[in-house]
Design a protein around this ligand. Structure first.
Ligand code: ADP
Ligand code: MG
Length: 323
């Protein structure tokens, strides 16, 4: 069983940043309003995610580490209406099979918290422990028992940068949640959690830059796009600060990305890419989130329509006229 989890882990968790993503998604699914991410040695030493969400009852805390023991899909038709972020019940089992995990959790109303330790897939019996409401998940020594995989990790600096990018994306995806991102040395950023994406941008990239952003908005029957885009002068030398979200999920979609760049056209210098945070809302049946094991690439069933809408929203924002 541990073996199967380790194989699954190859798809779900490739590096500290993938742990960060899975743990944040679990906190969001548990309706956290505050999520703190702490990285030690770029996450190679440990990744800790602390939330103030619903917490788990003792039995569920142990079950959480069993494969396909998700509390979120009960029958096949549930898959068609996934609203939560996690749904395969694989992440924690996979992570715990290749790391040392400490879970501290206290459900709302529970008299005390409990601690569950899992090392290389071996689950220890829960122990009572003092704790605030919510959940703390600490993942230490990732790949300690799979040296072949450990070898593929890059420097602490590189791994940290990847994890921080994940927290930045999730912060922008969920402006209503207050995120704290820190290392063993310092707080890297902190978002206010007031529901305003521009405030999140300010927390990540500075107030001055956030103020210059242009609003973009358009809708067309089945789709709505809203958010903001940078002025051509704010463009960067990489695509890293172009953020796209579909139904609250950070995604990558090359066609939409190209549509956005097309809208900028001649306004961009060669080798420069626009900054933006665009939020697409559409009927979930038009989105297939299950293309990629890490749920990052999405397939849109009416991609061309979506691209046209996004392109016109960006063009209108650049032209200073709202649609
Ligand atoms: P999935 O998210 O696909 O259901 P996971 O392996 O990520 O699977 O998590 C397993 C289960 O553990 C979740 O379904 C949830 O019930 C519970 N869980 C995990 N993290 C948290 C958390 N931060 N707060 C509350 N419950 C959690
Ligand atoms: Mg999950």
């Amino acid at each position: 069983k541990v073996m199967a989890d380790q194989i699954a882990a190859g798809e779900v968790v490739a590096r500290p940043a993938s742990c960060v993503k899975e743990l944040i998604e679990n906190s969001l699914d548990a309706r956290a309003t505050r999520i703190e991410v702490a990285l030690v040695e770029g996450g190679i030493g440990s990744v800790t995610v602390i939330d103030d969400g619903e917490g788990m009852e003792p039995d569920d805390a142990v079950l959480a580490f069993q494969r396909h023991a998700t509390s979120k899909v009960h029958e096949p038709r549930d898959l068609a209406r996934i609203r939560t972020l996690g749904f395969r019940g694989e992440a924690l089992a996979a992570i715990a099979s290749v790391a040392r995990v400490r879970l501290i959790t206290r459900a709302r109303g529970a008299e005390s918290g409990i601690l569950v330790r899992v090392e290389g897939g071996e689950i220890h019996p829960p122990e009572p422990v003092g704790a605030a409401f919510g959940t703390t998940m600490e993942v230490r020594d990732l790949f300690f028992n799979t040296p072949a995989r450990l070898k593929y990790l890059r420097s602490a600096q590189t791994e940290q940068a990847r994890s921080v990018e994940v927290v930045q994306r999730e912060s922008l995806a969920h402006p209503e949640v207050a995120f704290v991102c820190r290392t063993e040395r310092q707080v890297l950023f902190q978002t206010p959690g007031r529901g305003d994406a521009r405030e999140v941008w300010a927390a990540l990239y500075g107030v001055g830059e956030a103020k210059m952003l242009l609003e973009a908005r358009a809708d067309h029957g089945d789709y709505v796009v809203r958010g903001f885009i940078g002025r051509p002068t704010q463009a960067r030398s990489s695509r890293q600060h172009g953020y796209l979200f579909v139904n609250g999920r950070p995604v990558r979609n090359v066609a939409v990305q190209q549509a956005i760049e097309r809208a900028y056209g001649e306004r961009l210098m060669v080798g420069r890419y626009p900054v933006y945070a665009l939020y697409l809302e559409m009927d979930p049946v038009l989105v297939d989130p299950n293309v990629h094991p890490q749920k990052w690439e999405v397939r849109l069933s009416e991609e061309r329509d979506v691209c046209e809408l996004v392109e016109s929203a960006v063009r209108a924002a650049l032209d200073g006229t709202m649609l």
